[in-house]
Design a binder for this molecule. Structure first.
Ligand code: HEM
Length: 168
């Protein structure tokens, strides 16, 4: 599917704000955006093999990866919005939900760009193991392996980890 419809993105953003008023789901929406994007491997040229924010998390093979435990609840919140706005890709919707939540939680207004393309079949999901492990033997080395693969540096690892000030 091609780039998302701008008018639908605007309306969907308002719908997400409404959900945030009545449902405590702020952290899980950020985690949803992160886990869809965090499979990115800068060393792989081909799409969708290189992973990243491509809506793959909606498919069962990826949703049932150990690291994604609980994210089915985020999908349940997002699916009605996706049904209402078919002109938005899952990939964009996940990032829209995450960015909207950050703004609604008094974080910065993020200069987002939209136009992410969805994968279309579960077979295109990335293999398990691209997100960081909990409790690895050498944590710093593990985090560098994972985040450098995404093209991020030490400062960015620390900044992104600050997302854990949300939720548990
Ligand atoms: C640095 C490596 C990371 C590790 C090892 C890690 C691991 C975890 C784990 C184990 C949880 C608890 C999940 C649960 O059982 O509910 C969690 C929650 C969370 N993570 Fe991470 N994470 C990492 C990086 C990130 C990044 C980069 C972000 C976002 C930019 C993020 C956002 C969150 C949020 C918002 C929650 C709370 C979810 C909730 O309360 O529902 N994490 N993380």
């Amino acid at each position: 599917m091609a780039a998302s419809d701008a008018a639908q993105l605007k309306s969907a953003r308002e719908d997400i704000k409404e959900i945030l008023k009545t449902t405590y789901c702020h952290p899980i929406l950020v985690r949803l955006g992160w886990h869809d994007s965090g499979t990115y491997d800068k060393n792989i040229e081909e799409w969708p093999q290189r992973g990243g924010a491509d809506g793959s998390l909606r498919f069962d093979p990826e949703l049932s990866h150990g690291a994604n435990a609980g994210l089915t609840n985020a999908l349940k919140l997002i699916q009605p919005i996706k049904d209402k706005y078919p002109g938005i890709t899952y990939a964009d919707l996940f990032q829209l939900a995450s960015a909207t939540e950050i703004e609604e939680a008094d974080g910065p207004k993020l200069p987002m760009k939209y136009g992410r393309v969805d994968i279309t079949t579960p077979e295109q999901c990335p293999p398990e193991g691209r997100l960081p492990d909990v409790g690895p033997r050498i944590p710093a080395e593990h985090l560098r392996d994972v985040f450098y693969r995404m093209g991020l540096d030490d400062k960015e690892i620390v900044a992104l980890s600050g997302a854990h000030t949300l939720g548990r």
